[in-house]
Design a protein around this ligand. Structure first.
Ligand code: NAD
Length: 293
């Protein structure tokens, strides 16, 4: 069984980005600048945003963190986004989700300039993804594709079963794996909470990409020998043994699947670090596309 080491691959990608930034500096070009907007004090969101900002520092990007109170009005948040859209120093920005309930998330994501939408959540970018056009691929599916590419996993003609149909992982990765080219050219089945007889479907999968958020959901009786397993799930499971009071678990019963899978991502250390690396990659792309015009 080969461990798909997202930590190592993401570090390789960050090293490559750092080299690109050094080159840009040497040429007198502006270096990439990522901004992150966070609303409220949610612990997990603050942790994610913190890692994104630290990752920017690691590769030599400029970064700006904009922290807003949880009771900010939708109008004021839209104003902040408008300022970021028009701020020439910012190449790309993200609005950390989830947003408080009184704010319409779709309205906020629609307000982001698609050219600065390094999360790839704007409908214009999502549509381009489906049409094989130049876009920003959302960081998590982009990270999965890159992991598959760097481990040279065969995807052409393979049956890929995606579990979960979210707009940020399941839906886009199902489209990407069905596109022409590599990684892609797969026959894709997108499954979700209303899918019947899920294990009959997963048992026929050559590659399973699980993004549902139920710890250790995928068990050995649900897969065939030699399956490739990509575990996107991240769930905090309460644990008194751990100083933080919780442990992180994926969607996959990792230990139990060791004897059956041919390749598998660990959690943590699999898809999670790849997501951050690909956000940086998208920010670099945003800068390079601006340089090109
Ligand atoms: P979500 O939480 O929005 O939705 C869950 C999906 O799972 C839904 O589409 C639902 O239909 C499906 N589902 C629920 N129960 C099911 C069942 N019994 N059988 C089949 N499908 C079922 O999805 P999300 O935002 O993609 O998050 C999924 C998981 O991935 C979460 O644990 C999240 O924390 C994690 N995540 C990780 C990263 C990363 O960087 N590694 C990024 C995003 C999300």
């Amino acid at each position: 069984m080969v461990v798909l080491d997202g930590k190592k691959v993401s570090n390789d990608i960050k090293d490559e980005i750092a080299v690109a930034v050094e080159k840009m500096t040497g040429n007198g070009d502006a270096i990439p600048h990522l901004a992150a907007v966070i609303v409220g004090e949610d612990g997990a969101s603050l942790t994610y945003v913190g890692s994104k900002v630290r990752a920017c520092q690691r590769v030599g990007f400029d970064s700006t963190l904009i922290q807003l109170p949880s009771d900010i009005s939708e109008q004021a948040l839209l104003q902040t986004i408008d300022e970021l859209n028009h701020n020439d120093a910012i190449d790309g920005f993200i609005v950390q989700l989830p947003l408080p309930k009184h704010i319409d998330t779709q309205k906020i994501l629609l307000a982001v300039d698609p050219k600065k939408d390094v999360d790839g959540f704007h409908p214009e970018n999502f549509g381009k993804l489906a049409l094989d056009m130049e876009t920003f691929i959302p960081a998590t599916p982009f990270g999965i594709m890159e992991l598959i590419r760097r481990y040279d996993i065969e995807t052409s003609g393979k049956h890929v079963v995606v579990i979960g149909r979210s707009h940020i992982v399941g839906r886009p990765i199902s489209i990407l794996m069905s596109r022409k080219g590599y990684p892609g050219d797969s026959t894709v089945t997108l499954t979700h909470s209303r899918t019947q007889n899920l294990s009959d479907i997963t048992k026929t999968a050559d590659i399973i990409i699980s993004a549902l958020g139920i710890p250790e959901f995928l068990t050995p009786d649900m897969v065939k020998d030699g399956v490739v397993v990509i575990d996107v799930g991240i769930t905090r499971v309460p644990s008194e043994d751990h100083p933080k009071g919780y442990v992180i678990r994926g969607d996959v019963a990792y230990e139990a699947l060791l004897g059956k899978a041919s390749y598998m991502t660990p959690v943590p250390g699999g898809v999670g670090p790849m997501t951050i690396a690909m956000l940086l990659q998208n920010t670099l792309l945003a800068r390079q596309r601006r340089n090109a015009v």
